[in-house]
Design a protein around this ligand. Structure first.
Ligand SMILES: [Zn+2]
Length: 287
């Protein structure tokens, strides 16, 4: 799709602070959020006003297990800029059941606002049940391939088994498109996923001062292969680290990526939004 061009003519934000500098740009995409969580119940209209003020034009809401789907769908009814994924998170495998692939397939077929399968993946940081996680991961990768939807991949301390799984699929020409969400790996690991055609999404982690490997990845990632996200309510970027995160703060993530790449924030906002639109087939002109 044609990248939105409204920012091209906008003046550079003079001396804007990195955390707020994208406010004038009106074309950010928060490619991964969880505003369905209860800690948004009290003030979601204010949260939405702030993301609109910050220039967030589209949000992709991630799903961690199927019982969330009706509530996420209701949020998409309420906020037209929101699309969403359906899937089972690797730390939620207790919710995996024999009929889960059918449930996910029907949810995806029922609503064109379902733009991805996920979040799915492997997490060996908090759990050691690799076989159980693979048993939920593989049918979801098959489903994404079957439905021609991208996958949103959560991968923590598990780059090797995830790369092995995806490479085996690529060898059979059955590796879905997708994004490595909340990227926190090394440049070498990133290259492995890039070689498989995947996108890399940066979260508030890239704003943390000691995240050297993530900084290196933000500098090195090709322009046509990165997204930005909040993963809110988790991982609020500096200077709000430790507080509840929200979609408006994706501007701080984009600002830090811009600083690391030595590019104007308009470039990062426009590029990451165009990449998200291409991956998830979002129409940014209609929101
Ligand atoms: Zn998430």
């Amino acid at each position: 799709m044609t990248p939105p061009s409204s920012c091209a003519a906008a003046p550079a934000p003079a001396e804007a602070s990195p955390a707020e500098g994208a406010g004038a740009c009106h074309q950010l995409v928060d490619s991964h959020c969880h505003i369905v969580f209860r800690n948004f119940d009290a003030d979601l209209d204010d949260v939405a006003q702030r993301w609109r003020d910050a220039g967030v034009r589209a949000l992709v809401h991630a799903c961690v297990e199927p019982s969330e789907i009706p509530a996420i769908r209701a949020l998409a009814d309420r906020f037209p800029e929101l699309s969403y994924s359906v899937g089972v998170h690797p730390l939620d495998t207790r919710h995996w059941a024999p009929d889960t692939p059918r449930v996910l397939r029907e949810a995806a077929a029922a609503d064109p606002r379902v733009v991805a399968i996920g979040e799915l993946g492997l997490d060996l940081y908090r759990q050691t049940n690799l076989e159980e996680q693979l048993a939920a991961l593989r049918p979801q990768l098959d489903l994404a391939w079957e439905l021609d939807l991208p996958v949103i991949i959560h991968c923590r301390d598990a780059a090797d088994p995830m790369l092995a799984e995806l490479r085996e699929r690529a060898a059979r020409d059955r590796c879905p498109r997708g994004v490595m969400h909340c990227w926190g790996g090394t440049p070498e690991e990133m290259q492995g996923f890039l070689d498989l055609g995947l996108f890399i999404s940066f979260s508030g982690v890239v704003t943390f001062p000691k995240a050297d490997a993530t900084h290196a990845c933000a500098r090195q990632v090709p322009a046509d292969r990165y997204l930005v996200e909040t993963d809110c309510p988790f991982l609020a970027p500096v200077p709000r680290r430790g507080k509840r995160n929200e979609p408006a703060y994706v501007a701080a993530v984009a600002a830090r990526v811009a600083e690391l790449r030595g590019e104007p924030i308009e470039t990062v906002a426009r590029t990451s939004s165009a990449n998200a639109a291409r991956l998830f087939r979002l129409d940014l002109h209609n929101v």
